[in-house]
Design a protein around this ligand. Sequence first.
Ligand code: DLL
Length: 395
Amino acid sequence: MPIFQPELETLPRPELERLQGERLRERFGVELEALAEQPFRMKSDLRDAYPFGLLQVPLEECVRIHASSGTRGKATIVAYTRADLAAWADCCARALAAAGAGPGTIVHNAYGYGLFTGGLGLHYGAERLGCTVVPVSGGNTPRQAQLLEDLGAEILCCTPSYALAIADHVPDPGRLELRAGLFGAEPWTEGLREAIESALGLAALDIYGLSEVMGPGVSAECAEARDGAHVNEDHFLVEVVDPQSGEPLPDGEAGELVCTTLTKEALPLLRYRTGDLASLTREPCACGRTFARMSRVLGRTDDMLIIRGVNVFPSEIERALLATPELEPHYQLVVERPGHLDELTVQVEGAADADAVRRRLHSVLGLTARVEVVPAGHVPRSEGKALRVVDRRST
Ligand code: DLL
């Protein structure tokens, strides 16, 4: 499958590391060997500098503003120069090419257009690659399904939860031309991958990114291996650190992903703590790209639920639920504190026996939860990022 920028994406690692070292020195005056001694940047630094305090160029040199979706507190504002947008389009074009797209491929882009980076990020990547973009944005789900069929899109871009919501309106995936999907912006599991693949008849690929660092396209999976998202390491230097101590962890160990931008002009960030838990590998990949791969995001440092002393990530619950064939991949977790103790209710669609699901969650995760198995369509569908956890403790 063609690689969009092979001269960069397949650079031998010693050359890649030399390039990273040069860029790091140019941007931040820091030597690669001394990176681990540098202080971290956090989301709170961006919030404290709201809206434009961390910009490194005059605002008039910025040609675009986006914002993080920020479910907690104020949104984080980010800005891009013309060169930043060009680099971003390259990264998204790489991701689309890695999914098998090329000039003339029809791309149905159902990520939200607007302040959210998903819509416009992939839009310009698709145009950069020469694809024919259908800029549907989110919403009006029955029409999405109709357009997929009528226009014959081969690539679908949206959140994994929205892919399933669209699939609800696709009576026969055999009538669609879809080959691959670029799904991200929210955590998802291998179980969800299988569910989407069988509902839509495509290869479901992971695409990762965050507004502070750029948006979608920080990393993306290749169709050949589908085994971790290639980080665009010529633009981003990634580390994994222990979330508690901040000490760097070796490849293969899961911890918090830390990103340094190597080319950004408007909002360069040195050692930005993403809050996302993942691991890295630099093992060669079947596709020929030499860029490191990151695992799926296993959870966030701030979305761990502590239910009666047991630490669980929503993604672990998703994995356990989807291992039960009678359950559908639509679920929501409701946390309440009626007295002194937290109570978790897992609502999931399907036809399984609730007590069996409860016992399974207990045996696999050590988790005590109430389980409600509800009929199809009962769990609210999202058009963008799914609301998986409803926390009623603070209200
Ligand atoms: O969600 C950018 C994006 C758009 C990525 C479209 C992929 C596709 P934010 O709104 O700033 O940006 O949210 C960033 O979303 O820190 C992760 O917690 C989560 N996230 C993004 N991609 C993935 C993924 C966009 N593939 C936050 N898997 C990040 C799991 C993801 N979580």
